[in-house]
Structure formats: structure tokens, C-alpha cells
Design a protein around this ligand. Structure first.
Ligand code: GLC
Ligand code: CA
Length: 566
């Protein structure tokens, strides 16, 4: 297995709007991040992924960029960014930026030009189509409700927007546009940025005949992925830009199946280093706000990761995550938010940091943050919630379904991950000294906050530190292969990681009952490396697992066993 720093690294995702406010306007900013770099260094992560920090009118909180080479006014200045970068590098950390180039903001100067006239030199930077029989070009719908086409009366054509109408899709068919993007990527890399997380990267290439949804798949948003020229574009991006820098690249793999993964990340492909999949993400199409999908069972969750690990094999690499700014809190999905909150958060940390792939920790998960109780639709900020509410309740006069909607949003909304980071138990959790933060603070900040966690040696935060340290000491946790021992067990996920001279078993228990788990007889437990309970109770060849218990044990490897018998 080829060794690379980006395989050994652990990424920490910062949602800058919610991390730390330095100037009392209620919005997190770059100086706020700088002020917490020691916290992140002490935690022991390696790479900071910043969700978009570029100039933006914030229709989708920065995922609508109006100038790719300027800093969002709310977040500070380019000088602040340069300072951040210097401070990060001084601490031997790295920074990756969010490359949002499937679409821009409609306020980007390219789009302002593009919509002026059909012969404007920027016209072809976006995707314009004439009406078909007085209707939009096809039946595609947007991620954020309604048609994916917006009619522009000025030139009497439609432009494509897979997301908001304030997020027009860029036309990657146009080589000039592609060169502008590559130039912009070089601008950041030349500054010293260490790589990119790439927003909805499988969507860049479109079928330019714009066919309607195939029979039976109306509204299937994954069909926007893996267009005809996607690999040509990514290969070009790699040879024009990426391969000239020692940088990290992680693609948001929306719509990519396990079988397709290595087309993006296979060693020989020269496209991306890793992608992250959506197979365990919370489904959030519009109708889910009235009918949320049932949560995955542990057996289903394991099957997803087994499938991906096998598909990636020795050829590619993947990024592992359980939470990000587009999902509710992992603890509220697979852990326990009551008495076993601490144990279950540590168990989930154990899992995240021992599966095969480069892990991303989402901000606040190291404190065991939970979903936030939103009391009304107005308390949400996310445009996805707002648009879904408008479409499902307001436009259709179904106010009697408001409670149903609210209950669903309280399970699946993206805002759960976006509530401000709780730094201490003072007003607004020490996130801001403004009268109001931009989004509600989770009321449990009085007990769940960084100050409390740092002061208590057995906290979730310190467990993360130990896990991160352990990962650095045992390369088997990075390079070892993965073998699931318990695919069918409804409560336990136990797997072996194995490299030439070292093997470990990871045991994660997903329930609040006490349960026995028998160690397969080819496993010879040697030494417990870490665990979320003081000790692991062993009875014969069985472990007596406590609620949400997790442990990593060094085991005698197959090779050791052979040597013993030789
Ligand atoms: C990605 C981002 C999400 C954003 C969307 C549009 O899915 O992660 O937050 O809304 O792309 O840019
Ligand atoms: Ca601020």
C-alpha cells in the first residue's frame, strides 16, 4: 500500500459561520478561528477543512460564491486569511478550502455579464437553453425545491441551477471557463493552501441534450452525477493544477456508487485522492420533510461500509465521516443522547478513527454535540428547510401538516450541525458577545461545552485526543486492511485491521443494554490499546460489553501465529 501524508492525516471540518465570533456581530469569522488554533492543535488533528470563506451573498451560506479570490466580508479580509494560513502552518497544521465550482452565485461578475445578451463573451460560462414549447427545457428539479431551470426575461432563455436560482450552474463544456477555474485554484495553492474539498464534484459534466428523468426515476437527484465528460474534466484539472502541488483533494461524492468510486480515486486515474460517499447520509429530498426515511439499522450501516471498503480495495482511497454541515448530529443518529451520551460519543469516535480511510471530524462532535431542539420553522436558517416549508405547507395550504414538518426537520435538517460551537457556559456559549448569534445556540451548552470538556480528563474531548494519538502510533490503523467480523450482528460492529506485522481488533457496541460478545477463536487478544470504559470485562472467550462500549485491542496477527507454530 502506497504511503502518503494525506492517508495518515485526520481532517477537522470547520463551519466558519458557527465556529467563533471575534468582533461581536454574531457571526463566526477568520480571526475567531485563529483564536482557537491552539485548541485544534491540542486536539491533535492535522488538516482543517474550512467550509466556504469566499465573497458570497450567503443565499446558501457561502456555497454561492460571488468572487472566488476574495474573502466574505462577514469573515474578515484577505489579510486575516494570510494570517490564518501563517498561524496554521506555524503549528504544523494544514488548511484545505472548499472548491465550489459546479455553480457560482448569480451575483458573480461572470453571471452578471452572462445574462446581459446571447452574444456576451461570458454567455457560455453558464448553461442557457431556449424554452421547449414555452416550457422549461426539461423536468429536472432543484435540490432546494422547484424547477432546476429559471427563465430570464432579458434574453428569453432558461439557465440551469441544480441548487438555488441564486446558484447558476457553470458550463464546464467551455474551455475558457475551465481555465479560469484552474487559474483560481493556482491562486490559492500558490498562497500556500494545502488542498481542496470539492463541492458536488461529480456534477460538473452534464448531458448536454438535457434529457428528462428516465421512466420511474422522476426527481432522482443522483442522476445529475457522473456526466459524460466528468473524468475528462477531473483528469484535466489534475494535470493542469493538482499534480503540480503536494496537496490534498477530497471530492464530495454525491451520486457516486461504490462501484464507480475508483473511477475517481483509483491510483492510475490521476483525478482525485479520495471522495466521500452519501450512502449513509440522511436523505433530505423535499418530500422527506413530511416523510423522513427510517434510520439505517446497524446491519445496513455496516453493509454500506463493507461494500465501499471492498470496492476501493488497494487501488483507491476514501474519506470517512459520520457528520458534516449537511447532516444532523451523528450522536443523535447512532449514539445515545441521554445517560450514555459520553460512552456513545466515544464509541463513535473509536469507529470514525479506525475505519480504513482518511477520517473527517466535524466541529463539535469532539464535544458530543447533539441535535438542537427547534421550536418553530422560523428558528431554522437553512434555505433547504425554508423552501421545503414553502412548497409543502404554504403553497399547498396545508398548515395542518406544520407539526409533522417540524418534527421531520427536527430529525433531518442541516441546521443541527450548524448551531454555534459551545466554548463555555457563559452567554451564547462563549461563541459571541453579540446580543444574538446568527443561529440558535443549542440550549444544552451549559453542560456540553469545550471549557468543561477540557477541564475533565475523562471527557469525550480527551478521548478524541487519545484516539488521535493512538492513530499516529499504530500505522495499522491507517494502512491495515479491513475485515468485518460481525456483518449480521444487530448490536456489535467488530472488525480486524491487519498489516504485515501488526493486527488490531476494534469492537464497537451500539446499544444501551449489557451484552456478551464472543471473540472468534482465531483472534488472540493481547493488549487493550484504548477503551471507553475503565476495563473491558472478559469471561472466558466472551466480552461482557457495557452500554456503547468500544475498545481497540492489539491481537496476535496471522503471521505471529504462523511464527509460533514454526
Ligand atoms: C454541497 C454542500 C452543501 C451545499 C450544496 C450546494 O452539497 O455540502 O452544503 O448546499 O453543495 O453548493
Ligand atoms: Ca464576526
Amino acid at each position: 500500500m502506497e504511503k502518503h501524508w494525506w492517508k495518515e492525516a485526520v481532517i477537522y471540518q470547520i463551519y466558519p459561520r458557527s465556529f467563533k465570533d471575534s468582533n461581536a456581530d454574531g457571526i463566526g469569522d477568520l480571526k475567531g478561528i485563529i483564536s482557537q488554533l491552539d485548541y485544534l492543535q491540542t486536539l491533535g488533528v492535522d488538516v482543517l477543512w474550512l467550509s466556504p470563506i469566499f465573497a458570497s451573498p450567503n443565499a446558501d451560506n457561502g456555497y454561492d460564491v460571488s468572487d472566488y479570490e476574495a474573502i466574505m466580508a462577514d469573515f474578515g479580509t484577505m489579510q486575516d486569511f494570510d494570517e490564518l494560513l501563517a498561524q496554521v502552518h506555524k503549528r504544523h497544521l494544514k488548511v484545505i478550502l472548499d472548491l465550489v465550482v459546479n455553480h457560482s452565485s448569480d451575483e458573480h461578475r461572470w453571471f452578471r455579464q452572462s445574462r446581459i445578451s446571447k452574444d456576451n463573451p461570458y454567455r457560455d460560462y453558464y448553461i442557457w437553453q431556449p424554452p421547449r414549447n414555452g416550457q422549461p427545457p426539461n423536468d429536472w428539479i432543484s435540490f432546494f425545491s422547484g424547477s432546476a431551470w429559471e427563465f430570464d426575461p432579458n434574453t428569453e432563455e432558461y439557465y440551469l441551477h441544480l441548487f438555488l436560482k441564486k446558484q447558476p450552474d457553470l458550463n464546464w463544456e467551455n474551455p475558457r471557463l475551465r481555465q479560469e477555474i484552474y487559474q483560481m485554484m493556482r491562486f490559492w495553492l500558490d498562497k500556500g493552501v494545502d488542498g481542496f474539498r470539492m463541492d458536488v464534484i461529480p456534477f460538473l459534466s452534464k448531458d448536454t441534450s438535457f434529457p428528462p428523468y428516465p421512466q420511474g426515476r422522476f426527481g432522482d437527484l443522483s442522476l445529475y452525477a457522473n456526466g459524460p465528460r466528468i473524468h475528462e474534466f477531473l483528469h484535466e484539472m489534475n494535470s493542469e493544477v493538482l499534480q503540480h502541488y503536494d496537496c490534498l483533494t477530497v471530492g464530495e461524492g454525491f451520486g457516486v456508487s461504490a462501484e464507480q468510486a475508483n473511477l475517481y480515486v483509483g491510483r492510475s486515474r490521476q483525478e482525485l485522492q479520495m471522495i466521500y460517499h452519501f450512502d449513509h447520509a440522511v436523505p433530505r429530498e423535499e418530500h422527506r420533510f413530511l416523510q423522513p426515511a427510517a434510520e439505517l439499522s446497524l446491519v445496513e450501516l455496516k453493509a454500506i461500509f463493507d461494500r465501499w471498503d471492498e470496492a476501493i480495495g488497494q487501488e483507491g482511497w476514501q474519506n470517512i465521516y459520520f457528520g458534516n454541515h449537511d447532516n444532523p448530529r451523528v450522536l443523535s443518529r447512532f449514539g445515545h443522547t441521554g445517560t450514555h451520551r459520553e460512552a456513545s460519543a466515544k464509541m463513535l469516535a473509536t469507529l470514525l478513527l479506525t475505519l480504513r480511510g482518511t477520517p473527517t471530524i466535524y466541529q463539535g462532535d469532539e464535544l458530543g454535540m447533539t441535535n438542537c431542539p427547534f421550536a418553530s420553522v422560523e428558528e431554522f436558517d437553512d434555505v433547504q428547510v425554508k423552501n421545503a416549508y414553502q412548497a409543502l405547507i404554504v403553497d399547498t395550504n396545508r398548515s395542518h401538516l406544520t407539526d409533522t414538518f417540524l418534527a421531520a426537520a427536527n430529525r433531518i435538517a442541516r441546521d443541527h450541525a450548524r448551531t454555534p460551537m459551545p466554548w463555555d457556559d457563559s452567554a451564547h456559549a462563549g461563541f459571541t458577545t453579540a446580543t444574538q448569534p446568527w443561529l440558535k445556540v443549542n440550549p444544552n451548552f451549559t453542560t456540553i461545552n469545550a471549557k468543561e470538556a477540557i477541564s475533565r480528563p475523562d471527557s469525550i474531548y480527551h478521548y478524541y485526543r487519545q484516539m488521535l494519538h493512538l492513530r499516529k502510533q499504530h500505522s495499522v490503523l491507517v494502512y491495515g486492511d479491513y475485515q468485518n467480523l460481525t456483518p449480521q450482528n444487530p448490536h456489535v460492529w467488530a472488525f480486524v485491521r491487519n498489516v504485515e506485522n501488526e493486527s488490531v481488533i476494534v469492537i464497537c457496541h451500539f446499544s444501551s443494554e449489557e451484552r456478551f460478545f464472543s471473540i472468534p477463536n482465531f483472534i488472540n487478544l493481547q493488549q487493550r490499546l484504548i477503551g471507553n470504559y475503565q476495563t473491558t470485562i472478559i469471561r472466558g472467550n466472551e466480552l461482557q460489553l457495557q452500554p456503547y462500549e468500544a475498545a481497540v485491542w492489539k491481537v496476535k496477527s496471522a503471521q505471529d501465529n504462523e511464527q509460533d507454530s514454526a
